[in-house]
Design a protein around this ligand. Structure first.
Ligand SMILES: *Cc1c(COP(=O)(O)O)cnc(C)c1O
Length: 325
């Protein structure tokens, strides 16, 4: 059994993040309240630094490095928001960051990571194993490996978004949270069970990759092939070990949303709330809309997890919907 973080760790993370992370706005829309038939509050992590909640976990984890670790720096493997979060956090804390990315990672993501001062090392994702490369660099160069979700400090940092939400709006009847490897959901669970113990807590993952739902229902971590979905931030093959232990204990259920539902939610965010939200960030609203009957008349929270999407792709998705896979 891994050592699990607690709500006290979320509080400690909030202290470390104070003054560096944004306290993101909680927004509402009368129009969306009408469409869902409930009072809906949105915690807007698409407006967090580097465009996603991942800054919270990364900065919290790197803040805890000792001097030797700071000198050698951090290494991670990711092509998504975690890479940018690590690069920016390392720059803030004045330490070197190495990010292992596939040779065919989107140019915009490589550019963003380099823009935050990260050193990018590429690998061929068809012939090489990114975890092995990350671990080798960690061993050979004394760097500390910080994975994207399966880590107590990452989970505690991600839990600070829900901590802020409950501080601002009080208790809720239900809360919908995007789910990939489970860093955000596990951290949110720690805050929810402390601050709003009766709130129903739902993880929401892409329908094409329902490993979280399968895991919760079968009682063990289920691993699947990397799913094909527009929700690239949640296209993970399995939940982390720490994450699953907390999710199994504290989360009511895991729901799914289809790519079509994500695009519909993305359009609503743009048209109604003037918010740019990436497909993965739309999982919570998509599930709340699908569950109208269960949440009718209630106070409902939705975590909007991120807003990083190439504008060309965003425009195409809004205009044409997801392309058939
Ligand atoms: C990483 C990510 C997620 C999933 O978070 P996990 O901690 O892996 O469950 C959801 N939304 C966005 C925008 C992300 O970047």
């Amino acid at each position: 059994m891994p050592q699990l973080p607690t709500f006290a760790d979320v509080r400690a993370a909030a202290d470390r993040l104070a003054g560096t992370a944004h306290r993101t706005p909680v927004l509402r829309s009368r129009r969306i309240d009408e469409e869902v038939g409930a009072q809906v509050v949105f915690k807007c992590e698409n407006l967090q630094r580097m465009g996603a909640f991942k800054f919270r976990g990364a900065f919290n984890a790197l803040s805890r490095f000792d001097e030797r670790q700071r000198d050698a720096g951090v290494v991670t493997f990711s092509s998504g928001n975690h890479a940018q979060a690590i690069a920016l956090s390392a720059r803030e804390l004045g330490m070197p960051a190495t990010i292992v990315m596939p040779t065919d990672a989107p140019a915009s993501k490589v550019a963003a990571t380099k823009g935050y001062g990260g050193q990018v090392v590429t690998y061929d994702r068809y012939t090489e194993d990114r975890e092995a490369i990350g671990r080798r660099m960690a061993t050979e160069r004394g760097m500390t490996l910080v994975p994207p979700y399966d880590h107590p400090d990452i989970i505690a940092g991600q839990g600070t978004a829900a901590l802020e939400l409950f501080e601002e709006v009080g208790t809720l009847d239900a809360l919908f949270v995007p789910l990939g490897g489970g860093g955000l959901l596990a951290g949110t669970a720690l805050s929810t069970r402390q601050l709003a113990p009766d709130c129903r807590l739902y993880g929401v993952e892409p329908a094409a990759g329902d490993d979280g739902q399968q895991s919760l229902r079968s009682g063990h971590v289920v691993r699947i092939d990397p799913p094909r979905t527009i929700a690239d931030g949640a296209a993970t093959p399995s939940l982390g070990e720490h994450n699953f232990a907390i999710i199994q204990r504290d989360v009511d259920d895991v729901l799914t949303a289809t790519d079509d539902e994500l695009v519909e939610a993305m359009r609503r965010f743009a048209a109604t709330m003037k918010l740019v939200v990436e497909p993965t960030g739309c999982l919570g609203l998509a599930a709340a809309l699908a569950r109208r009957d269960d949440v009718a008349g209630q106070r409902v929270g939705v975590i909007v997890s991120g807003g990083n999407v190439d504008l060309d792709r965003y425009a195409t998705l809004l205009a044409d919907g997801p392309s058939p896979t």
